[in-house]
Design a protein around this ligand. Structure first.
Ligand code: CTP
Length: 419
């Protein structure tokens, strides 16, 4: 192994003192039981890169339950112990700390969830996706802070490479194909050439992954600061059509995602805004395929369907002299999420303006008169009343009437004509 690297300085710099003390205490307890404690995986990568991280994966080479109890006794955080899996999870402020026993995994068949059994630290690191995620830091007294890097993760970090640990990695778990693109684009890295070849070889394995797992990957991508970068790369590598044929990662998508961030600022856009933009190029049939394949939740599915339907109806919204009540008629049955997505997706500035007018103003307009008011004039309860209210709402929107007295006058005229 290469030179001895110690990360104590970086740990002290980047983790709150209270958390560092807690980790030291767990390390000491583990060591009394002849066990070692390690920080493992993504947090080590982020420490070396000096990137923010709030997820700490701790591992002991033994039973994780006793050290977990210590966590429970000494912190204010919310601790959950999973006795069956011998793991524990602590939520403390914005931090998430997972504690598990070191383990190795084998896959019975491609795409299956792994079988887990106790193993050495090297096994535990070897079962991981990429070298940059396969490092650990010793947290036990004596060697506290020492980097353990058996697979060259630090060198790949320095060279900016996403590098699998062995040539069955993508076949074992094809979600790693998406993970590779996500890390590559997040960190501004590139796929190491042999890894790229394996990715190309194993691309079809993506079809062996369950809808739930693929959806989870998609959710993780949509939480990245610039998800479009992952979709552009996935398009280039022919990974995107494996998610759903018909999807496109291109400049159009980048511009729309950027606009989505602007309209959602200061919070990042929700999946219910990003996703209908991603699926905007799909036919209704393809939207249904994607909903079924990814088992998308109901409200999100409705937003995607609504967006697709609305897309086919919006041509008339481009007319500059369209009446506000007509805009309302066209849009009011769609969810605000679908409407917002379409307003960002359309090319016509008139359409976009008309949709914004609906979202900002028209959808809130109501007549001053209520159903009760109409009943008290002697109208029988029934569809007639809702018809009149609809007409009043339209009259308000189109500026034909501006106050209650005007509405009463209109209603009298309509009733006179009708009788
Ligand atoms: N891992 C893996 N294969 C997967 C998923 C996860 O090998 N399909 C491993 C990786 O080594 C990863 C660790 O499990 O570092 C924890 O997974 P996760 O929390 O998803 O990774 P982080 O690196 O913490 O990711 P992120 O920075 O995106 O939160």
């Amino acid at each position: 192994m290469s030179e001895n690297i110690n990360l104590t300085g970086k740990i002290n710099e980047r983790l709150p003192a209270e958390l560092v003390r807690l980790i030291e205490a767990i390390g000491a307890i583990a060591s009394h039981q002849d066990q070692h404690l390690y920080l493992i995986g993504g947090a080590v990568r982020d420490l070396l890169l000096e990137r923010e991280t709030f997820d700490l994966d701790l591992a002991v080479d033994g039973d994780a339950i006793a050290p977990a109890q210590l966590l429970a006794n000494t912190t204010q955080g919310r601790l959950t112990v999973h006795t069956r899996f011998k793991t524990a999870n602590l939520r403390w402020k914005e931090w998430r700390i997972d504690l598990a026993a070191i383990r190795s995994e084998t896959y019975d068949r491609p795409g299956a969830l792994p079988k887990v059994k106790p193993g050495s630290l090297a096994d535990d690191l070897f079962r991981r996706d990429f070298t940059i995620n396969a490092m650990a830091v010793q947290l036990s007294p004596g060697r506290y802070g020492d980097l353990i890097d058996p697979y060259g993760g630090r060198e790949d970090l320095e060279q900016g490479l996403i590098h699998v640990l062995h040539d069955k990695s993508f076949a074992d778990d094809a979600t790693r194909i998406w993970r590779a693109l996500r890390y590559e684009q997040r960190l501004g890295f590139r796929l190491e050439p042999a890894t790229l070849e394996l990715l190309n070889r194993d691309i079809a394995m993506l079809d062996t992954i369950s809808g739930d797992r693929i959806r989870h990957e998609l959710e993780l991508i949509l939480r990245e600061p610039y998800p479009e970068k992952v979709f552009l790369r996935a398009d280039e590598l022919q990974v995107l059509p494996r998610l759903q044929p018909g999807l496109k990662g291109n400049n159009w998508l980048s511009e729309r995602f950027e606009q989505a961030r602007q309209v959602s600022s200061p919070t990042p856009p929700p999946a219910s805004l990003y996703l209908p933009l991603l699926t905007y190029t799909l036919t209704a049939e393809q939207v249904e395929q994607m909903i079924a394949r990814l088992k998308l939740p109901k409200s999100l599915s409705q937003t995607l369907r609504g967006t697709c339907e609305l897309k086919s109806e919006i041509a008339s919204l481009a007319a500059p002299d369209i009446k506000p009540s007509h805009i309302y008629d066209l849009l009011h049955s769609y969810s605000p999420a679908a409407i917002t997505a379409v307003s960002l997706a359309v090319d016509s500035p008139e359409t976009s303006r008309n949709i914004r007018q609906y979202l900002a103003r028209l959808r809130y307009i109501k007549p001053a008169l209520t159903g009760e008011d109409l009943k008290s004039t002697g109208l029988a309860p029934g569809p007639r009343i809702s018809d009149i209210l609809t007409r009043l709402r339209a009259a308000r929107m189109d500026g034909e009437v501006t106050n209650r007295a005007g509405e009463e006058k209109l209603v009298r005229e309509w009733l006179r004509k009708d009788t």
